[in-house]
Design a protein around this ligand. Structure first.
Ligand SMILES: N[C@@H](CCC(=O)N[C@@H](CS)C(=O)NCC(=O)O)C(=O)O
Length: 204
């Protein structure tokens, strides 16, 4: 099994963390995005979207990080990280879809105006940053309520936790303050206490 990734990609981070959590043997292949390797024909043949991560396994090239999480968890059902009861399974999909359609776009807007502009030496657009932050605060409030009285999103640890926490790893440079969201703060700390997650964080 091979994972094509980049150390600073949040979508790749969640996949790396799950690979470590499940103890799956996997070769990590870094795609040099600064050289545009993700847009080269070789890589486009693996993912026509030209994005990381891509998982290669037994002739399969799988992209979309949430689909990769489902595939990996299905390979190790004994991990219990993909619920099998209808309610748990539906909740897991609910959170994976909410991540892809809502939390990830909101946090990406903020990331573009902070981490990314810094990386490419451009000025932050304050209006776009403020608009992104408003959406992030809306989403953090949803998470805060969902985590009330719970350690994990679906009750017990699942791939939904690995997926959603990935969008909050760059919270300091993105300027997120968790003080108003104590349940979110405790859940992030719980996830980041896991060795699999710590091993997968981008270089500091
Ligand atoms: N929805 C995709 C998002 C993947 C994605 O946007 N990856 C970024 C890095 S975090 C990327 O490769 N961007 C390059 C580009 O868009 O050209 C997933 O979850 O896998």
């Amino acid at each position: 099994m091979k994972l094509y990734h980049h150390p600073f990609s949040s979508a790749a981070f969640k996949v790396r963390a799950l690979i470590h959590e499940l103890g799956l043997p996997c070769e990590m292949v870094t795609i040099d995005m600064s050289k545009g390797e993700h847009k080269m024909p070789d890589f486009i043949a693996k993912n026509p979207n030209g994005k990381v991560p891509v998982l290669e396994d037994d002739g399969l090239h799988l992209w979309e990080s949430n689909a990769i999480l489902c595939y990996l968890a299905a390979k190790k059902p004994e991990s219990g990280l993909m619920p099998t009861d209808p309610k748990g399974l539906a909740q897991m999909h609910q959170w994976l879809q909410w991540h892809a359609t809502t939390l990830s776009p909101s946090t990406t807007d903020v990331m573009m105006q902070t981490v990314y502009v810094k990386m490419i030496g451009r000025e932050k657009n304050d209006e776009q940053y403020a608009a992104g932050m408003e959406k992030v605060r809306r989403d953090l409030a949803v998470l805060e309520n969902a985590l009330a009285g719970k350690e994990y999103l679906c009750g017990k640890l699942s791939i939904a936790d690995f997926s959603l926490v990935s969008s909050l790893q760059l919270r300091t440079p993105m300027g997120f303050d968790f003080e108003a969201y104590p349940n979110v703060k405790a859940w992030v700390a719980r996830m980041e206490a896991r060795e699999s997650v710590r091993k997968s964080l981008p270089p500091q």
